[in-house]
Design a binder for this molecule. Structure first.
Ligand SMILES: [Zn+2]
Length: 299
């Protein structure tokens, strides 16, 4: 969810628009205190986005209640798993400090920047290289960092990785994995597929006159109620708001749906389905090696 907040902000969304999105999604606010009435406010969003903690860094925490406008001073790396990269935190803070910056340097989000991580050091990969006419030379790269000698040296072809992950995500939405946990994302996705199949079957049954029009109408209402209820549960599951009304189970419709999404929404879909994406070190050579891509799916 923090990943999605950062993505939306870096893609140019305002604090107000992100706040509205969070409240629509029903995700309870972080740092909920008394008097917040369970709703997000712009200042909560701002405080989460500027937090050093979300990029795995420790911050100076003086004994004051309010965060300073630019966020607390960053002391150095922490020992917890970062959600966004330190570069992204720096970018977010720069925009918060000077909103006009965004207009002069529009953030161009990549499909997997910060989501794909280095299999050696765990750093979020960022895109490097120019976009050539074939679009094939950009690479997701572990950036060198003088203060962290373990960083750098790993990279993977960006276009190929984008295509590969897109294919995995669409496959997963077409055929969700069976799950014994009824509340899990996979189980809920499987349920949506079942209901959509049932709705298709009802149309066929009516066309072939196996059922009457009024039987069809009643059965359809029941199925549509169940669909809405399942989608509501899916959205209530943390992060799954990105899948609301997606044509789950229908490969062709999913392809069109995916093409219509912007990069920010595609990233939200990816982080809904994939909890961890690591790129293992590669052997020298030019061709794309999918065995380097280590995907952990949400249960
Ligand atoms: Zn690395």
């Amino acid at each position: 969810m923090i990943r999605q907040m950062a993505d939306r902000f870096l893609a140019g969304e305002s604090l107000r628009s992100i706040t509205a999105w969070l409240n629509r999604s029903g995700i309870p606010p972080l740092r909920a205190g008394s008097g917040t009435s369970g709703l997000w406010h712009s200042y909560t969003v701002r405080s989460v986005l500027s937090s050093a903690r979300i990029s795995g860094q420790r911050a100076y925490a003086p004994d004051t209640r309010a965060d300073p406008a630019g966020g607390r001073e960053i002391l150095g790396p922490g020992d917890w798993e970062p959600i966004i990269t330190p570069e992204e935190t720096a970018q977010i803070r720069a925009i918060l400090a000077d909103p006009t910056r965004r207009r002069t340097t529009p953030a161009r989000p990549t499909l997997l920047g910060g989501i794909a991580r280095c299999g050696k050091c765990g750093a979020g990969l960022t895109i490097a290289g120019k976009l050539s006419p074939t679009g094939n030379t950009q690479r997701y790269t572990c950036q060198k960092d003088p203060s962290r000698p373990e960083r750098g040296g790993l990279s993977i072809n960006a276009a190929h990785l984008d295509d590969y992950i897109t294919e995995r995500v669409l496959h997963r939405l077409t055929r969700p994995r069976p799950s014994s946990d009824k509340e899990s994302t996979s189980a809920l996705l499987g349920r949506v597929v079942e209901i959509n199949t049932r709705l298709g079957q009802l149309e066929q049954d009516r066309a072939e006159r196996f059922i009457t029009s009024s039987e069809h109408r009643v059965a359809r209402l029941v199925a549509e109620d169940a669909l809405r209820e399942t989608e509501r549960q899916l959205v209530a599951t943390e992060d799954a708001v990105a899948l609301y009304a997606a044509p789950i189970g229908n490969r062709e419709a999913l392809k069109d749906w995916w093409h219509a999404l912007d990069v920010t929404d595609r990233r939200a879909v990816i982080t809904t389905l994939i909890t961890r994406l690591r790129i293992a070190p590669g052997k020298p050579g030019r061709s794309f090696d999918p065995t380097r891509v280590l995907i952990t799916y949400r249960p």
